[in-house]
Design a protein around this ligand. Structure first.
Ligand code: SPD
Length: 355
């Protein structure tokens, strides 16, 4: 009898333990390796989301933020089209928004959940890539140009031709970005960065193949090479040049006389985002003027939120790396979706990289 009692007691204890461990397992799957309801997954350019912004959002909203990076719009597209479904926030540039909308890869934003949308300056709304801003919110703007160490590069570069000068062999880098880098050759040859003329594309490809033996590295995070002193000159985006100049004050930034590209990088939610509500909370958070000012202070790209300027130090409100003179602005083009012809750009780029 007593033997049976003990047995019944231990059975009861065992089922309590099973329930307890079952509960633990469930919590683990809900918060840990399973659906991760409290986690915002961001896929963005490097140097775009600071630890400060991430930590403050995590604290205020009681969530985890994970940031993963890419170096070009085409890398982003390849990953999302291949079915990477875990991302809640992505940051495609202008022309890539058009492509992703066309490919049905973006979720429509619910403006009711983004009341701070009203803080965006009208200057950055209604653009060609998303005329009603149904899918995208502008994050930053900037240009592409040449960052160079003025203590080592002389005379000061004025033309893209400097990146074909044998004198700088192995001392400069080019962006690892097919549209931007083909764009330098188009501009040097006097063509549009949006050309769909196969002959012009062929000439640009040949030009970049001719340049290749002089290039130290193709790298989109050019500021890292400049700061480390691995290169003395880089085809570079404006904010990254600015960040490099903060570390090495002899670094300057020039938009070559032949013209260049300008861009708006945006914040979007992929159609496959697991946490759309949280993603909209994050977008709304980014559009708070004081938060947006922190983004500019960190990234060194321009702010699209007018009231953020009041929170910025005076030099950042009108810095020449961010706001080029009107004459230079006239020489800039927006990259546009090339439709079917994009495949020819990709083929040319692959051939250049394979040489
Ligand atoms: N380190 C941040 C780089 C952001 C670059 N945006 C790219 C625009 C491409 N047209």
């Amino acid at each position: 009898m007593s033997y049976l009692l003990i047995d019944r007691f231990s059975l009861h204890e065992m089922s309590k333990r099973y329930i307890f461990f079952g509960f633990l397992l469930l919590t683990f799957f809900m918060n840990g390796c399973g659906d991760q309801k409290n986690q915002l997954n961001i896929f963005t350019w490097s140097g775009y989301v600071s630890d400060e912004i991430r930590a403050e959002f995590e604290k205020e909203f009681g969530v985890n933020v994970v940031v993963d990076t890419y170096g070009s719009n085409e890398d982003l597209l390849a990953k999302i089209s291949a079915g990477a479904t875990g991302y809640d926030i992505i940051m495609p540039s202008d022309y890539m928004v058009s492509i992703m909308v066309k490919e049905n890869l973006l979720a429509e934003l619910n403006r009711d959940n983004i009341p701070n949308f009203q803080n965006i300056s009208p200057l950055f709304l209604g653009k060609y890539y998303d005329p009603e801003n149904r899918y995208s919110v502008p994050y930053t703007f900037g240009t592409a140009g040449i960052a160079y160490d003025s203590s080592k590069v002389s005379p000061n570069p004025e033309s893209w031709a400097v990146l074909w000068n044998e004198k700088y062999k192995n001392q400069f880098s080019m962006l690892d970005d097919q549209r931007e880098t083909l764009g330098t050759a188009f501009k040097l040859l006097g063509y549009s960065i949006n050309t769909t003329d196969p002959e012009q594309l062929r000439q640009a490809k040949e030009k970049l193949i001719e340049q290749k033996p002089f290039v130290k590295q193709y790298k989109s995070e050019a500021e890292e090479l400049l700061i480390a002193g691995d290169v003395i000159m880089a085809h570079c985006w404006s904010g990254d040049a600015f960040r490099a100049a903060e570390e090495r004050p002899s670094i300057r930034y020039v938009i070559p006389k032949e013209g260049s590209s300008q861009f708006i990088d945006t914040v979007c939610i992929p159609k496959s985002a697991p946490h759309k509500d949280l993603a909209e909370k994050f977008i709304n958070y980014l559009l708070r003027p004081e938060v947006n000012a922190k983004i500019t202070t960190f990234t060194k790209y321009g702010t699209c939120v007018l009231a953020a300027k009041e929170h910025l130090p005076e030099d950042l409100q009108k810095h020449k790396f961010i706001y080029p003179p009107a004459k230079v602005m006239e020489s800039l083009e927006w990259l546009k979706d090339q439709g079917e012809f994009t495949q020819q750009y990709s083929r040319a780029w692959d051939e250049i990289k394979a040489k």
